[in-house]
Write a protein that binds this ligand. Structure first.
Ligand code: HEC
Length: 179
């Protein structure tokens, strides 16, 4: 009980420590259904969770060496990408932010694997396309049990990644660390 309170406080502190402001979602929601037009299919979180949980088998690792995390949520990280989107992902350079979004497939899935100091997986963050999102992405953080802890327009994810919004809100892998 005390433990979970301590844990909750810790997570809040973490969100603040990464310097971003959670929870300022602008309420644009509720895309009108007036015409019943065939809009983009609704995002299926259960299906996405299954796909994310299978990242180790189904996705391709984009970086060569695990590297220190920019998220502050892990000791080191690896990024895994849908194989068909690997080339587009590796075309991005975090050191030279481009203008123009990469040509990802509609089924693109980006999963960042968090490792603790012993190299064990301590959680994941993930991005998948969301036509209803103002930035085009659905954002999620998963725990070590590979279940979603928070998802949707997670304020501190969006706020940090806005730094690279001109290249599709995605950072990419440093040129000297590509797989
Ligand atoms: C402190 C800033 C920051 C925050 C907060 C942040 N990210 Fe990131 N994210 C980065 C950086 C920088 C990278 C590039 C890889 C690296 O150096 O770790 C990255 C990489 C990623 C990647 C791999 C794809 C890419 O952009 O290259 C995913 C997926 C991702 N983040 C998801 C998330 C999600 C989901 C959240 C919220 C739960 C989040 N991030 C919060 C900075 C941040």
């Amino acid at each position: 009980m005390l433990r979970s309170i301590v844990h909750g406080t810790l997570m809040m502190a973490l969100a603040l420590a990464v310097g971003c402001d959670p929870g300022s979602d602008s309420q644009e929601g509720g895309s009108s259904t007036s015409d019943g037009g065939s809009e983009a299919p609704a995002l299926d979180e259960d299906e996405l969770t299954d796909r994310i949980a299978a990242y180790a088998e189904d996705l391709t690792r984009a970086n060569a060496m695990s590297r220190p995390s920019a998220h502050g949520l892990a000791a080191t990280v690896n990024v895994h990408v849908t194989p068909i989107d690997l080339a587009a992902y590796l075309g991005l350079d975090p050191a030279q932010v481009a203008t123009g979004s990469p040509e990802f497939s509609p089924a693109v899935l980006l999963v960042k694997e968090h490792l603790d100091a012993d190299g064990a997986v301590s959680g994941l963050t993930a991005m998948a396309p969301d036509a209803a999102s103002p930035n085009g992405w659905w954002w999620a953080r998963l725990g070590a049990d590979l279940r979603i802890v928070e998802s949707g327009q997670v304020g501190y994810c969006v706020s940090c990644h806005s730094e690279v919004q001109t290249q599709g809100w995605v950072y990419g892998v440093a040129a000297d660390n590509r797989n």
